[in-house]
Design a protein around this ligand. Structure first.
Ligand code: MN
Length: 420
């Protein structure tokens, strides 16, 4: 039924039996310019994330502030199903902060690219590897699960990157994470990088991609096609600069289009996206995939006519799959079928002449750039019905009170015969 059958296309891929979702809305997402969450807000977000079924939640960076420490502790105490992770540099005090906050999962990181080594850290390749190994050993000695990121890995020499990841693997790291810190990967380079790492690394591989070129979701999917086991995501794709891999888009693409095994409940995505949008005050464009206002809204006559006959004609998936709703709006692209279905839904009977007049008025308003709401349609219909000479609206009483030093008030009593 598809031009290219997914099962055929998948034969050449190495998609793991299970893909884990590591949510970093509370860490990288919170690093978006303009977002600062209170402890209480972080707790509510963590509960919402756990409720949709993400496997891991990165709560923040416990060493950076008292608030971060407090939110890590409080979220750790919630007894969530998800693993709760804290970020730490490769120094004992940062790892201690994760331990002190009561978490048992640490996300360690150190920059490995020449830019980070020479300018930020001023350390040699060897020093960076030995500091990383010491940190892994320290964290493992304290019973932590360790995820390790070679920050700016995608601008690190490939041989050194492999050497680095092998070293932390041998030191006891549980999962390596591959951060595309400044979002420079492309589908081609992602495929080659993850294919190479998958051959060299024996522990699970995680991806942490940024969306600077709008490729974060696509690149993450390619990484999964090459055998990556976990993806870092944020709700609504929030995060540093252009943001991170968008959770809703990634999960729906992998779960629905690829049939991948992911624990996230897609039917809660629309509500969760709205919740994060309002708590972070970052509004989404209406054409945002999966959760945008327009993605299940139809206006054009040809499309609505198709939708009314069979919804699949112009929808890739039914809106219920992501907890969204189908809407039909009226405007200049509207066809007769849309108006007919709206009138039927409102139980309004009109003659064919009245129908043509209503249709014309909707088009005229649409041409002026107006989106005709259900309320607008009702008043157009009432006006049109009134032209038949029958009084659909009767004035039963009018009382006006006014004066020099009082607010004017009016009471109007109407009898309306049209029932909506
Ligand atoms: Mn990041």
């Amino acid at each position: 039924m598809f031009a290219i059958n997914m099962e055929d296309a998948k034969k050449e891929l190495k998609i793991p039996d299970k893909i884990l979702i590591f949510d970093t809305t509370l860490r990288d997402g919170e690093q978006s310019p303009g977002i600062a969450l209170t402890v209480d807000e972080k707790i509510r977000i963590a509960q919402a994330l756990d409720d949709i079924g993400v496997n891991k939640i990165e709560v923040g960076f416990p060493a950076v502030s008292e608030g971060e420490m407090e939110s890590a502790k409080s979220i750790g105490d919630l007894g969530l199903n998800a693993n709760v992770s804290g970020l730490a540099r490769v120094v004992e005090s940062d790892i201690d902060a994760v331990i002190d906050s009561g978490l048992d999962y640490v996300h360690l990181f150190i920059g490995t690219s020449p830019l980070h080594r020479d300018y930020k850290l001023k350390k040699s390749k060897e020093e960076i590897i030995s500091q990383a190994i010491r940190a892994v050993e320290y964290a493992k000695d304290h019973g932590l699960t360790v995820e390790f990121s070679a920050e700016d890995s995608t601008r690190t020499e490939l041989n050194y990157l492999i050497e680095f990841y092998k070293a932390v693997e041998n030191a006891g790291t549980d999962i390596i994470n591959v951060p595309d810190t400044v979002g420079i990967l492309t589908p081609a380079t992602t495929r080659k990088l993850i294919r190479t790492l998958r051959k060299k690394i024996n522990i699970p591989i995680s991806l942490h991609f940024h969306n600077d070129f709008g490729l974060a979701v696509g690149n993450s999917i390619i990484g999964v096609e090459e055998g990556a086991n976990q993806v870092h995501c944020t709700i609504n794709g929030i995060g540093e600069r252009a943001g991170n891999t968008c959770l809703e888009e990634l999960v729906v693409s992998l779960k629905i289009a690829y049939g991948a095994n992911i624990d996230v409940d897609t039917t809660k995505l629309f509500n969760t996206s709205n919740f994060i949008g309002s708590i972070t005050n970052i509004k989404l464009p209406p054409n945002k995939p999966i959760v945008g206002e327009n993605v299940f809204t139809h206006e054009s006559g040809i499309h609505v006519d198709g939708i009314l006959k069979n919804v699949a004609t112009y929808e890739p998936i039914p809106p219920e799959i992501v907890g969204h709703q189908r809407r039909i709006t009226l405007g200049k692209h509207t066809g007769r079928a849309s108006i007919k279905s709206k009138l039927d839904a409102l139980h309004l009977d009109v003659t064919s002449k009245q129908f043509e007049n209503i249709f014309k008025q909707v088009k005229t308003l649409g041409d002026k750039g107006i989106c005709v709401s259900d309320e607008d349609l009702k008043s157009i219909v009432i006006t049109e019905l009134a032209t038949t000479g029958k009084e659909y609206i009767k004035l039963l009483g009018l009382n006006v009170m006014t004066g020099e030093s009082v607010s004017a008030t009016a009471t109007v009593r109407l009898s309306i015969e049209v029932i909506f």
